[in-house]
Design a protein around this ligand. Sequence first.
Ligand code: SF4
Length: 159
Amino acid sequence: MGIETICGPSWITARLDDVVNWGRANSPWPYIFGTACCAIEFMSAASSHFDVARYGAELLRWSPRQADLLIVAGTISYKQAPVLKRIYEQMCEPKWVIAVGACCCTGGLYNNYCTIQGIAELIPVDIYVPGCPPRAEAIFDALVKLRSAIRKESVIDRK
Ligand code: SF4
């Protein structure tokens, strides 16, 4: 029996949303699926000069089972597609996806036989970050936008 069955949308669930979303928005645990040059840019974002810790996202996970934020950075080939999909499926709910860079968002320069024309063909994407490569600030902007989106969610919708 879910909480919505017990009390429905109410003052209690609204306050619960506030508390749960506060935790989820301020401490994402990212898993990086980096395949090309955009992943190098993420390394820069995560390092001390830019410092992703300012957004509570410094605890990079190396297992999808411990992560709630999948950051895909780089070109994704059809050969890599099943791996990416499997990793997404191994993450527990709630989970979010940020697509970093033109290749990841749309295929970018690589409109050819072997490149996925955007990872939305495979998995749901919450935030797109354009650029080739996007700067660290653009990645941080995506984290800020994701925070805002998480704060508007309801625990009833995201279990
Ligand atoms: S968008 Fe540009 S920088 Fe990023 S992986 Fe593609 S070619 Fe490399």
